[in-house]
Design a protein around this ligand. Sequence first.
Ligand SMILES: *Cc1c(COP(=O)(O)O)cnc(C)c1O
Length: 396
Amino acid sequence: MHKINYDDSTKIIKDTVRPDPATGAANSPVYLSSTFAQQDPTKLGKYDYARSGNPTRDQVEESIAHLEGGSRGFAFATGMAAISAAFLSLHQGDHIIVTKDVYGGTFRLVTQLLPNYGISHTFVDLNDKEALEAAYQENTKVVYAETPSNPTLTVVDLAAIAQSAHAHGALLFADNTFMTPLYQKPLELGADLVLHSATKFLSGHSDILAGLVVTKDDKLGEEIYFIQNAMGATLGVSDCWLLLRGLKTLKVRMKAETEGATELAGWLEQQSAVAGVHYPGLRSDPNYAIQSKQAASGGAVLSFDVGSEENVRTLVQHLRLPLFSVSLGAVETILSYPCTMSHAELDAGEQEASGITPGLLRLSVGIEDLEDLKADFKQALAFLPAADQERQVNYS
Ligand SMILES: *Cc1c(COP(=O)(O)O)cnc(C)c1O
Protein backbone atom coordinates (compact mmCIF):
# COMPACT_ATOMS: atom_id res chain seq x y z
CA MET A 1 0.00 0.00 0.00
CA HIS A 2 1.23 3.49 -0.83
CA LYS A 3 2.26 5.22 2.37
CA ILE A 4 1.17 8.85 2.56
CA ASN A 5 3.72 11.17 4.06
CA TYR A 6 1.49 13.18 6.37
CA ASP A 7 2.38 16.44 8.06
CA ASP A 8 3.31 16.11 11.75
CA SER A 9 0.01 17.59 12.88
CA THR A 10 -1.89 14.91 10.95
CA LYS A 11 0.46 12.17 12.15
CA ILE A 12 -0.18 13.11 15.77
CA ILE A 13 -3.94 12.85 15.42
CA LYS A 14 -3.79 9.63 13.41
CA ASP A 15 -1.41 8.06 15.92
CA THR A 16 -3.25 9.16 19.05
CA VAL A 17 -6.84 8.59 17.90
CA ARG A 18 -6.98 4.89 17.16
CA PRO A 19 -10.41 3.37 17.52
CA ASP A 20 -10.46 0.32 19.77
CA PRO A 21 -10.94 -2.74 17.51
CA ALA A 22 -13.11 -4.49 20.11
CA THR A 23 -15.64 -1.70 20.69
CA GLY A 24 -14.93 1.11 18.24
CA ALA A 25 -14.24 3.50 21.14
CA ALA A 26 -12.55 6.52 19.55
CA ASN A 27 -9.96 6.70 22.29
CA SER A 28 -7.95 3.67 23.14
CA PRO A 29 -8.72 2.18 26.54
CA VAL A 30 -6.43 2.60 29.54
CA TYR A 31 -5.26 -1.00 29.83
CA LEU A 32 -5.04 -1.23 33.60
CA SER A 33 -3.61 -4.72 33.52
CA SER A 34 -0.31 -5.83 34.93
CA THR A 35 -0.73 -9.29 33.44
CA PHE A 36 -2.24 -10.72 30.25
CA ALA A 37 -3.94 -14.10 29.81
CA GLN A 38 -2.03 -16.50 27.54
CA GLN A 39 -3.43 -18.91 24.95
CA ASP A 40 -0.45 -21.09 24.28
CA PRO A 41 1.61 -22.58 27.13
CA THR A 42 4.63 -22.94 24.85
CA LYS A 43 4.59 -19.50 23.26
CA LEU A 44 3.66 -16.27 25.05
CA GLY A 45 1.53 -13.71 23.23
CA LYS A 46 2.55 -10.14 22.38
CA TYR A 47 1.71 -9.01 25.90
CA ASP A 48 2.51 -11.01 29.02
CA TYR A 49 3.54 -8.72 31.87
CA ALA A 50 3.05 -4.94 31.68
CA ARG A 51 6.63 -3.96 32.54
CA SER A 52 7.61 -5.64 29.26
CA GLY A 53 4.75 -4.12 27.28
CA ASN A 54 1.27 -2.65 27.60
CA PRO A 55 -1.00 -1.58 24.70
CA THR A 56 -1.59 1.92 26.13
CA ARG A 57 2.14 2.46 26.54
CA ASP A 58 2.76 1.05 23.05
CA GLN A 59 0.61 3.76 21.60
CA VAL A 60 2.66 6.51 23.25
CA GLU A 61 5.91 4.83 22.23
CA GLU A 62 4.84 4.35 18.62
CA SER A 63 3.56 7.95 18.37
CA ILE A 64 6.80 9.53 19.59
CA ALA A 65 8.97 7.24 17.44
CA HIS A 66 6.90 8.18 14.40
CA LEU A 67 7.08 11.92 15.17
CA GLU A 68 10.83 11.95 15.76
CA GLY A 69 11.42 9.72 12.74
CA GLY A 70 13.05 6.98 14.82
CA SER A 71 12.95 3.19 14.90
CA ARG A 72 11.65 2.74 18.46
CA GLY A 73 10.17 4.85 21.25
CA PHE A 74 10.20 4.16 25.00
CA ALA A 75 8.14 5.72 27.76
CA PHE A 76 9.55 6.19 31.24
CA ALA A 77 8.23 7.41 34.58
CA THR A 78 10.13 10.73 34.32
CA GLY A 79 12.51 12.54 32.02
CA MET A 80 15.36 11.66 34.39
CA ALA A 81 14.41 7.96 34.20
CA ALA A 82 14.61 8.20 30.40
CA ILE A 83 18.01 9.93 30.60
CA SER A 84 19.22 7.37 33.16
CA ALA A 85 18.15 4.54 30.85
CA ALA A 86 20.07 6.09 27.95
CA PHE A 87 23.20 6.34 30.11
CA LEU A 88 22.76 2.74 31.26
CA SER A 89 23.72 1.73 27.71
CA LEU A 90 27.28 2.71 28.76
CA HIS A 91 29.78 0.45 30.50
CA GLN A 92 32.37 0.77 33.20
CA GLY A 93 35.40 2.60 31.81
CA ASP A 94 33.44 4.60 29.23
CA HIS A 95 33.75 8.37 28.88
CA ILE A 96 31.09 10.88 27.80
CA ILE A 97 31.28 14.47 26.58
CA VAL A 98 28.45 16.60 27.92
CA THR A 99 27.25 20.03 26.82
CA LYS A 100 28.35 22.56 29.40
CA ASP A 101 24.87 23.98 30.10
CA VAL A 102 23.13 20.70 30.62
CA TYR A 103 19.84 20.44 32.58
CA GLY A 104 20.44 20.50 36.37
CA GLY A 105 19.15 16.96 36.95
CA THR A 106 21.34 15.58 34.18
CA PHE A 107 24.31 17.47 35.67
CA ARG A 108 23.65 15.76 39.02
CA LEU A 109 23.38 12.33 37.40
CA VAL A 110 26.57 12.80 35.37
CA THR A 111 28.65 14.26 38.20
CA GLN A 112 27.36 12.39 41.25
CA LEU A 113 26.05 9.02 40.12
CA LEU A 114 27.76 7.89 36.90
CA PRO A 115 31.29 8.17 38.38
CA ASN A 116 30.27 5.47 40.91
CA TYR A 117 29.89 3.11 37.95
CA GLY A 118 33.21 4.07 36.36
CA ILE A 119 31.72 6.39 33.73
CA SER A 120 33.71 9.60 33.43
CA HIS A 121 32.72 12.87 31.77
CA THR A 122 34.05 16.12 30.34
CA PHE A 123 31.87 19.22 30.08
CA VAL A 124 32.48 21.16 26.89
CA ASP A 125 31.08 24.13 25.00
CA LEU A 126 29.93 22.01 22.06
CA ASN A 127 30.12 24.98 19.69
CA ASP A 128 33.84 25.35 20.41
CA LYS A 129 35.25 22.99 17.78
CA GLU A 130 38.77 22.95 19.23
CA ALA A 131 37.57 22.30 22.75
CA LEU A 132 35.33 19.50 21.50
CA GLU A 133 38.16 17.90 19.50
CA ALA A 134 40.42 18.10 22.56
CA ALA A 135 37.82 16.46 24.80
CA TYR A 136 37.65 13.11 22.97
CA GLN A 137 39.38 10.17 24.61
CA GLU A 138 39.86 6.67 23.29
CA ASN A 139 36.97 5.53 25.46
CA THR A 140 34.52 8.35 24.52
CA LYS A 141 31.24 6.64 23.65
CA VAL A 142 28.66 9.42 23.74
CA VAL A 143 28.38 13.15 23.15
CA TYR A 144 25.39 14.55 25.01
CA ALA A 145 23.72 17.71 23.68
CA GLU A 146 20.73 19.77 24.76
CA THR A 147 19.54 22.58 22.54
CA PRO A 148 18.39 25.21 23.24
CA SER A 149 19.87 24.98 26.71
CA ASN A 150 18.26 25.77 29.99
CA PRO A 151 18.03 28.61 31.07
CA THR A 152 20.32 30.66 28.82
CA LEU A 153 18.78 29.29 25.58
CA THR A 154 22.18 28.62 24.06
CA VAL A 155 21.93 26.72 20.79
CA VAL A 156 24.44 24.12 19.65
CA ASP A 157 24.83 22.91 16.09
CA LEU A 158 23.48 19.35 16.14
CA ALA A 159 24.56 18.41 12.59
CA ALA A 160 28.15 19.57 13.22
CA ILE A 161 28.31 17.76 16.58
CA ALA A 162 26.87 14.55 15.11
CA GLN A 163 29.53 14.60 12.42
CA SER A 164 32.27 15.16 14.99
CA ALA A 165 30.94 12.43 17.34
CA HIS A 166 30.66 9.89 14.54
CA ALA A 167 34.18 10.69 13.28
CA HIS A 168 35.39 9.68 16.76
CA GLY A 169 33.25 6.54 16.91
CA ALA A 170 30.88 8.06 19.47
CA LEU A 171 27.09 8.41 19.41
CA LEU A 172 25.15 11.65 19.77
CA PHE A 173 22.35 11.76 22.37
CA ALA A 174 20.16 14.89 22.21
CA ASP A 175 17.68 16.23 24.76
CA ASN A 176 14.89 17.69 22.59
CA THR A 177 12.59 18.77 25.44
CA PHE A 178 12.58 22.50 24.62
CA MET A 179 11.82 22.15 20.89
CA THR A 180 9.68 19.00 20.66
CA PRO A 181 9.76 17.05 17.36
CA LEU A 182 7.42 19.64 15.85
CA TYR A 183 10.22 22.20 15.73
CA GLN A 184 13.40 20.15 15.72
CA LYS A 185 14.24 16.60 14.64
CA PRO A 186 17.64 15.66 16.04
CA LEU A 187 17.64 12.22 14.37
CA GLU A 188 17.39 13.87 10.95
CA LEU A 189 20.31 16.12 11.93
CA GLY A 190 22.45 13.08 12.74
CA ALA A 191 21.70 12.25 16.39
CA ASP A 192 21.43 8.57 17.37
CA LEU A 193 19.10 8.92 20.34
CA VAL A 194 16.61 11.59 21.39
CA LEU A 195 15.40 12.31 24.92
CA HIS A 196 12.38 14.13 26.24
CA SER A 197 11.06 15.24 29.51
CA ALA A 198 7.45 14.68 28.39
CA THR A 199 6.54 16.35 31.69
CA LYS A 200 6.92 19.58 29.71
CA PHE A 201 5.48 20.42 26.26
CA LEU A 202 4.50 16.93 25.12
CA SER A 203 1.98 16.42 27.94
CA GLY A 204 1.63 20.18 28.31
CA HIS A 205 -0.62 20.67 31.33
CA SER A 206 1.66 20.42 34.39
CA ASP A 207 -0.22 17.28 35.41
CA ILE A 208 2.14 14.33 34.93
CA LEU A 209 5.82 13.40 35.00
CA ALA A 210 7.01 11.42 31.98
CA GLY A 211 10.12 10.74 29.95
CA LEU A 212 10.71 9.43 26.44
CA VAL A 213 13.59 7.94 24.50
CA VAL A 214 13.62 7.54 20.73
CA THR A 215 16.36 5.60 18.98
CA LYS A 216 17.40 5.96 15.38
CA ASP A 217 18.37 2.37 14.62
CA ASP A 218 16.98 -0.99 15.65
CA LYS A 219 20.12 -2.17 17.40
CA LEU A 220 20.19 0.74 19.86
CA GLY A 221 16.41 0.34 20.10
CA GLU A 222 16.81 -3.29 21.24
CA GLU A 223 19.38 -2.19 23.83
CA ILE A 224 17.10 0.50 25.26
CA TYR A 225 14.19 -1.95 25.31
CA PHE A 226 16.29 -4.37 27.32
CA ILE A 227 17.27 -1.58 29.75
CA GLN A 228 13.69 -0.33 30.07
CA ASN A 229 12.48 -3.79 31.00
CA ALA A 230 15.48 -4.49 33.23
CA MET A 231 15.47 -1.22 35.19
CA GLY A 232 11.68 -1.06 35.27
CA ALA A 233 10.99 2.70 35.44
CA THR A 234 8.18 2.48 32.85
CA LEU A 235 5.43 5.07 32.51
CA GLY A 236 2.18 4.03 34.23
CA VAL A 237 -0.76 3.49 31.90
CA SER A 238 -2.94 6.30 33.29
CA ASP A 239 -0.09 8.70 32.68
CA CYS A 240 0.41 7.19 29.21
CA TRP A 241 -3.20 8.05 28.48
CA LEU A 242 -2.79 11.61 29.76
CA LEU A 243 0.33 11.97 27.63
CA LEU A 244 -1.63 10.82 24.55
CA ARG A 245 -4.31 13.33 25.48
CA GLY A 246 -1.70 16.09 25.74
CA LEU A 247 0.00 15.15 22.46
CA LYS A 248 -3.22 15.67 20.52
CA THR A 249 -3.07 19.44 21.09
CA LEU A 250 0.71 19.80 20.89
CA LYS A 251 0.63 21.72 17.65
CA VAL A 252 -1.94 24.33 18.64
CA ARG A 253 -0.39 24.80 22.06
CA MET A 254 3.14 25.16 20.70
CA LYS A 255 1.98 27.58 18.04
CA ALA A 256 0.22 29.89 20.51
CA GLU A 257 2.99 29.63 23.09
CA THR A 258 5.71 30.30 20.54
CA GLU A 259 3.92 33.30 19.09
CA GLY A 260 3.62 34.66 22.63
CA ALA A 261 7.28 34.02 23.40
CA THR A 262 8.47 35.69 20.20
CA GLU A 263 6.37 38.76 20.85
CA LEU A 264 7.25 38.99 24.56
CA ALA A 265 10.98 38.48 23.93
CA GLY A 266 11.05 41.39 21.47
CA TRP A 267 9.03 43.54 23.82
CA LEU A 268 11.06 42.71 26.95
CA GLU A 269 14.25 43.57 25.08
CA GLN A 270 13.00 47.14 24.79
CA GLN A 271 12.06 47.61 28.44
CA SER A 272 14.44 49.80 30.41
CA ALA A 273 14.34 47.53 33.49
CA VAL A 274 15.51 44.53 31.46
CA ALA A 275 19.27 44.17 31.10
CA GLY A 276 19.16 41.41 28.49
CA VAL A 277 16.96 38.79 26.83
CA HIS A 278 17.93 35.29 25.71
CA TYR A 279 15.67 33.93 22.99
CA PRO A 280 16.98 32.11 19.91
CA GLY A 281 13.95 33.24 17.89
CA LEU A 282 15.07 36.90 18.06
CA ARG A 283 17.13 38.15 15.14
CA SER A 284 19.30 40.07 17.61
CA ASP A 285 20.18 36.88 19.52
CA PRO A 286 23.64 35.38 18.89
CA ASN A 287 22.03 31.92 18.54
CA TYR A 288 19.58 32.97 15.83
CA ALA A 289 21.61 31.72 12.86
CA ILE A 290 22.11 28.14 14.08
CA GLN A 291 18.58 28.00 15.47
CA SER A 292 17.06 29.02 12.12
CA LYS A 293 19.17 26.42 10.35
CA GLN A 294 18.16 23.45 12.48
CA ALA A 295 14.81 24.33 14.08
CA ALA A 296 11.51 25.66 12.80
CA SER A 297 11.04 28.21 15.57
CA GLY A 298 12.61 29.78 18.65
CA GLY A 299 10.21 27.86 20.89
CA ALA A 300 8.14 28.97 23.84
CA VAL A 301 10.84 29.54 26.46
CA LEU A 302 12.96 32.64 26.95
CA SER A 303 14.98 34.11 29.76
CA PHE A 304 15.67 37.69 30.75
CA ASP A 305 17.81 39.50 33.27
CA VAL A 306 16.54 42.17 35.64
CA GLY A 307 19.95 42.83 37.15
CA SER A 308 19.72 41.59 40.73
CA GLU A 309 18.06 39.22 43.17
CA GLU A 310 16.32 42.20 44.75
CA ASN A 311 14.76 43.13 41.41
CA VAL A 312 13.70 39.52 40.90
CA ARG A 313 11.92 39.62 44.26
CA THR A 314 10.16 42.90 43.44
CA LEU A 315 9.05 41.69 40.01
CA VAL A 316 7.74 38.35 41.28
CA GLN A 317 5.83 40.15 44.05
CA HIS A 318 4.01 42.34 41.56
CA LEU A 319 3.27 39.92 38.71
CA ARG A 320 -0.28 38.58 38.79
CA LEU A 321 -0.48 36.16 35.87
CA PRO A 322 2.56 33.85 35.64
CA LEU A 323 2.75 30.89 37.92
CA PHE A 324 6.00 31.37 39.83
CA SER A 325 7.34 27.83 39.97
CA VAL A 326 9.68 25.28 38.51
CA SER A 327 8.92 23.49 35.24
CA LEU A 328 7.89 24.74 31.80
CA GLY A 329 5.97 23.81 28.68
CA ALA A 330 2.45 24.11 30.07
CA VAL A 331 -0.73 25.95 29.08
CA GLU A 332 -0.14 28.39 31.94
CA THR A 333 2.75 30.85 31.77
CA ILE A 334 5.45 29.77 34.21
CA LEU A 335 8.13 32.06 35.59
CA SER A 336 11.13 30.39 37.24
CA TYR A 337 14.20 31.56 39.08
CA PRO A 338 17.03 29.28 37.91
CA CYS A 339 19.44 30.28 40.74
CA THR A 340 17.33 28.65 43.43
CA MET A 341 15.14 26.35 41.32
CA SER A 342 16.35 24.37 38.29
CA HIS A 343 20.05 25.13 38.85
CA ALA A 344 20.28 25.02 42.64
CA GLU A 345 22.54 21.96 42.19
CA LEU A 346 25.27 24.21 40.79
CA ASP A 347 27.42 26.19 43.22
CA ALA A 348 27.86 29.96 42.78
CA GLY A 349 30.98 29.54 40.62
CA GLU A 350 29.33 26.94 38.38
CA GLN A 351 26.23 29.13 38.06
CA GLU A 352 28.34 32.10 37.01
CA ALA A 353 30.24 29.97 34.49
CA SER A 354 26.91 28.88 32.99
CA GLY A 355 25.63 32.45 32.71
CA ILE A 356 23.03 31.95 35.44
CA THR A 357 23.16 35.42 36.95
CA PRO A 358 21.27 36.50 40.13
CA GLY A 359 18.90 38.62 38.00
CA LEU A 360 18.02 35.89 35.49
CA LEU A 361 14.42 34.67 35.19
CA ARG A 362 13.13 31.99 32.85
CA LEU A 363 9.74 32.40 31.23
CA SER A 364 7.74 29.60 29.63
CA VAL A 365 4.92 31.33 27.82
CA GLY A 366 1.45 29.78 28.08
CA ILE A 367 -1.73 30.26 26.07
CA GLU A 368 -3.16 33.23 27.98
CA ASP A 369 -4.01 36.33 25.95
CA LEU A 370 -0.77 38.00 24.93
CA GLU A 371 -1.99 41.54 25.63
CA ASP A 372 -2.97 40.51 29.15
CA LEU A 373 0.49 39.03 29.72
CA LYS A 374 2.22 42.10 28.34
CA ALA A 375 0.11 44.44 30.48
CA ASP A 376 0.95 42.37 33.56
CA PHE A 377 4.70 42.54 32.85
CA LYS A 378 4.42 46.23 32.11
CA GLN A 379 2.82 47.07 35.46
CA ALA A 380 5.26 44.85 37.39
CA LEU A 381 8.40 46.07 35.57
CA ALA A 382 7.39 49.65 36.46
CA PHE A 383 8.44 48.89 40.05
CA LEU A 384 12.02 48.21 38.91
CA PRO A 385 14.85 50.70 38.35
CA ALA A 386 16.19 51.08 34.82
CA ALA A 387 18.93 48.57 34.04
CA ASP A 388 22.48 49.88 34.10
CA GLN A 389 23.28 50.66 30.46
CA GLU A 390 26.84 49.37 30.90
CA ARG A 391 25.48 45.99 31.90
CA GLN A 392 23.15 45.67 28.96
CA VAL A 393 23.97 42.56 27.07
CA ASN A 394 25.66 43.47 23.85
CA TYR A 395 24.52 41.21 21.05
CA SER A 396 26.22 43.09 18.25
C1 LIG B 1 12.59 18.81 33.06
C2 LIG B 1 13.73 18.43 32.20
C3 LIG B 1 14.37 17.19 32.34
C4 LIG B 1 14.00 16.19 33.42
O1 LIG B 1 12.72 15.69 33.26
P1 LIG B 1 11.77 15.19 34.47
O2 LIG B 1 10.54 14.79 33.78
O3 LIG B 1 11.63 16.35 35.40
O4 LIG B 1 12.49 14.07 35.14
C5 LIG B 1 15.39 16.89 31.45
N1 LIG B 1 15.79 17.75 30.50
C6 LIG B 1 15.20 18.95 30.35
C7 LIG B 1 15.69 19.88 29.27
C8 LIG B 1 14.17 19.35 31.19
O5 LIG B 1 13.59 20.54 31.04
